[in-house]
Design a protein around this ligand. Structure first.
Ligand code: ADP
Length: 273
């Protein structure tokens, strides 16, 4: 009987090993499928702005070499600013891709500083105004401030830029409201649009990597921005969430503690993490 039990234990062990092997195989297959899908979407996303950029440059060359009155500084400026817009799209895409691997390998560096979130937001909006106007959205800002917090200003700007450009992209040209509220412990930054909205079943999914809501496939994008933004918010000791109704718009809420526990004011300023 002892030998019997030993043999059965052996069979069970072998079966478990087989189960484990097929689980790993299925996982690997899944990962390969995801990688292939990602490569195809990413190449398409990179190709679109590159092709448009190429077109604008060709037209600019045609304008510049054609005899007579076709070339005017005004027409050239217009083509250049369209080209610049495409370059900006490419830079954002490549930065997002780099951030993904930085986060995955734990190499995303943070430089914590004490900053006024309200001022950062105002300056950001000034810089983005032309882009936002391009989408037809007026941005209304509601803040008194100053709202000082310990954050990495570049990374905070990255979250806010992502939320603002999404609000413009999916906001159907309707007004966007940005506000900050604060109490002793934390700040709440809200970016609200009145655009296409997000279905309840998509509201968590959109924070996952490479995930985009089913309803908006034709807008383009890699579905990386919100995943990265939420990870940055977490490094600040905060959260990034959404409330939304399909067809009515979305409100993204960024909660920021004034002093994340790992960066109490007594710690040296500007240390890199
Ligand atoms: P991208 O916009 O590049 O696809 P994001 O990670 O920024 O990537 O957003 C993921 C998805 O979340 C988008 O594809 C879109 O489906 C949805 N989404 C984000 N912001 C909004 C918004 N303000 N209104 C509606 N849908 C949104």
């Amino acid at each position: 009987p002892v030998r019997m039990i030993g043999a059965m234990a052996d069979i069970t062990r072998r079966r478990r090993a087989e189960d484990e092997r097929s689980r790993l195989y299925r996982e690997a297959q899944g990962a390969i499928r995801l990688r292939d899908e990602f490569l195809s979407v990413a190449s398409h996303e990179l190709k679109t702005p590159l092709t448009t950029l190429q077109l604008h440059l060709q037209m600019l060359r045609a304008l510049a070499t054609r005899e007579g009155s076709a070339f005017t500084p005004e027409r050239a400026r217009k083509k250049l600013s369209l080209a610049e817009h495409q370059v900006q799209r490419l830079v954002t895409l490549v930065n997002d891709l780099l951030d993904i691997s930085r986060i995955n390998s734990g190499r995303m560096e943070f430089r914590f500083e004490t900053v006024d979130v309200a001022r950062l937001l105002r300056e950001l909006l000034d810089r983005q105004r032309s882009l936002l106007r391009h989408c037809g959205s007026e941005v209304r800002l509601q803040l008194r401030g100053p709202y000082t917090a310990r954050v990495d200003p570049m990374r905070l700007e990255q979250i806010l830029t992502n939320l603002l450009s999404n609000a413009a992209k999916y906001g159907q040209g309707k007004p966007i409201d940005v506000s900050i509220e604060g109490d002793e412990g934390e700040y709440l930054v809200r970016v609200r649009d009145r655009g296409i909205g997000i279905a309840p079943e998509d509201q968590e999914r959109i924070f996952e990597r490479f995930e985009r809501a089913v309803s908006e496939r034709h807008y383009g994008g890699l579905g990386l921005g919100l995943w990265i933004s939420r990870r940055i918010a977490m490094r600040f000791g905060g959260t990034l969430t959404v409330r939304s109704r399909l067809g009515e718009g979305s409100t993204f809420e960024l909660r920021l503690p004034r002093f994340p526990s790992e960066t109490r004011p007594s710690e040296p300023v500007d240390e890199a993490h």
